[in-house]
Ligand binder design. Structure first.
Ligand code: GDP
Length: 570
């Protein structure tokens, strides 16, 4: 049946299917893979994919996929208390004695009940191999006092607001600010909050975030005794519009020569605020934000309002003025997002409820948890079938998931062994990948006898960033992915980057398609758990020429999923 669907596009795939029919998969053929003969292994995995695709193409022709609904969390019964108790005793991840404050990263000055996730996440996550440096801890405590002094409704905040309403910055204000505005999906937002926070830390600013309707009730307050939420009476009113063409955008100000970096510092005019536009389509003049001389100017601006969707932290490592500071803050260069993300992002109690209900129901009892983050974009295009094949090839070739066989070997013993499954957490906007993987492990035994459970929390089918409920689920899933032991992520996806960073995981990154086909190899292990800065600035402002940032700093490398992009590695 599947063969009748072959077009020239799928010719290679179909010919493998023919081979399956003629030569079924046997134990000895599997053994070749175990013996490490990678070429043979690949062949066998392809056979498996094809064997299963054959069945599923048949199924697909009969199933209305849109009618398949995954049960919402909570619909599948509660966890047996005794089993959970056993897990508690045996699993290292459920140790209440673990360091709740993450090695001093978190302040102890919070009411625990107001934000349960802040102190409970250690019960669900694998312990981090990275301790924050004592310098980072000290800087965070100092930042918290600054934020308390300058936060909303304080006299110093009011003074700075008065200055904002004049049209120039002054040099003697105690409180200067970095205002973060939302742009794009949850992953993008979390990356840009961390970028804004580290920028604020380096430049002695206070971070305030604009919380609009779709993003209420996502995160707890990260700084004790104050708020990071920008008050609703903040006087700049057009912050939600696109800043690319605004006259207050820093890049436009330089382009239009409204500000002059080489002016005499005693007479120069410094605006009371500027927009910094760092969305992925930023232009050359916007990119001047990354130039050190421009930073000297920006340091004099009392209010910076950021609109961005990129993780621009790696560029800070190119600034000589902050080199020593960054070295002390982050002796391990690939743990920047890991520490700052764990410091800043604590899901509210309602989202923590989603996370823990799902975890306790579907992941807690597993002997190992594998997260598959499956995200597709309109460009570069890859079909469902090709991407599915790529995911399975990656998972099986890298031995993250067991291969299947067509030989049923049922145990003959009279007593029933309780087996702990390997749990696969599928996170995707769509339900089809989950259906395929679940059916594969239901319809075929695994060659090594492992039991595989597969589940997916939601499949929203469409990105709806403007809806609060949708964003809450997205955040819960980002968080759930960060709790797994092994992670596979999709290329260019900030959703995946955040999960890997929070989880301290070096994922296997699925590589971008090659001419709409699954690439070879299908995936690559990440060099570091740091997110990728997808759109770096390739210009050396002092030398006035293009330069690859990788040539400037040994801690910076090209990303696995995008060769022009950069990331921090240790
Ligand atoms: P990116 O586009 O992959 O870089 O990640 P973003 O998080 O910035 O934007 C994608 C948005 O689409 C998410 O924030 C969600 O709103 C939605 N989305 C994408 N994938 C998933 C998923 O697997 N689960 C859920 N619940 N939402 C998703």
């Amino acid at each position: 049946m599947g063969l009748t669907r072959c077009s020239s596009h799928y010719k290679q795939h179909c010919s493998v299917e023919m081979e399956v029919v003629e030569a079924p998969l046997t134990e000895s053929r599997m053994a070749a893979r175990v013996a490490g003969r990678r070429g043979a292994a690949r062949h066998h995995v392809l056979l498996i994919v094809s064997l299963f695709s054959f069945t599923l193409l048949y199924i697909a022709s009969r199933v209305d996929w849109s009618s398949i609904q995954a049960c919402p969390p909570g619909d599948r019964g509660t966890v047996d208390k005794d089993i959970k108790g056993f897990e508690k005793a045996s699993s290292p991840t459920i140790d209440t004695q673990e360091d709740k404050l993450l090695g001093g990263l978190l302040s102890s000055d919070f009411d625990e009940q107001s934000c349960v996730s802040r102190y409970q996440s250690t019960l669900y996550r694998n312990a981090s191999p990275f301790l924050p440096s004592s310098y980072l801890v000290a800087r965070l405590r100092a930042y918290e006092s600054l934020h308390k002094r300058c936060g909303p409704d304080t006299p110093l905040y009011k003074k700075s607001i008065a200055q904002l309403q004049s049209n120039r910055s002054v040099g003697n204000l105690e409180c200067n600010y970095m205002v973060w505005t939302p742009y794009n999906g949850m992953g993008n937002r979390m990356l840009t909050i961390v970028s804004a926070f580290l920028y604020a830390l380096l430049t002695d600013r206070v971070l305030l975030i604009q919380v609009t309707g779709e993003s209420v009730d996502l995160f707890c307050e990260p700084f004790p005794g104050t708020s990071w939420v920008l008050p609703s009476d903040f006087p700049i009113k057009d912050m939600s519009s696109n800043h690319r063409n605004s006259p207050m955008t820093y890049g436009n100000m330089i382009k239009n020569k409204v500000i002059n970096l080489s002016a005499d510092t005693s007479t120069e005019w410094v605006p009371s605020y500027v927009y910094v536009y760092l969305v992925d389509d930023y232009k050359h003049f916007d990119g001047h934000f990354f130039c050190e001389d421009d930073q000297l100017f920006l340091n004099k601006v009392n209010w910076i309002v950021q609109q961005s969707d990129i993780y621009f932290v790696p560029s800070f490592f190119l600034w000589t003025q902050y080199r020593d500071e960054l070295q002390q803050l982050f002796p391990a260069k690939d743990a920047v997002f890991h520490h700052l993300g764990r410091y800043l992002f604590h899901p509210t109690n309602s989202i923590w409820g989603l996370v823990t209900r799902y975890y306790d129901s579907y992941l807690a009892q597993a002997k190992e948890r594998i997260g598959l983050q499956i995200r597709t974009f309109d460009w570069p295009y890859i079909s469902f079938e090709e991407f599915y094949k790529q995911i399975i090839l990656c998972s099986m070739e890298e031995e993250l998931l067991p291969v299947i066989t067509d030989e049923e070997r049922l145990p003959l013993s009279k007593s029933r062994n309780v087996v702990r499954p390997k749990a696969v957490l599928v996170v995707s906007l769509y339900g089809r990948y989950y259906e395929m993987i679940k059916s594969m492990y239901y319809e075929y035994p695994t060659a090594n006898g492992e039991v595989i459970s597969v589940d997916q929390p939601t499949h929203e089918e469409k990105q709806r960033t403007e809806q609060n409920g949708h964003n809450q689920k997205a955040l819960a899933e980002i968080y759930l992915l960060s709790l797994v032991d092994v992670l596979v992520t999709s290329p260019f996806s900030t959703f995946g980057y955040v999960s890997q960073g929070l989880g301290g995981l070096k994922p296997w990154i699925l590589l971008p398609p090659w001419h709409e086909k699954a690439p070879d190899p299908p995936c690559r292990r990440a060099l570091s758990m740091e997110p990728c800065f997808l759109d770096p600035f390739y210009f050396d402002c002092r030398a006035k020429k293009n330069v690859d940032p990788v040539s400037l700093e040994r801690y910076i490398r090209h990303c696995e999923d995008k060769v022009q992009a950069i990331k921090l590695v240790d």
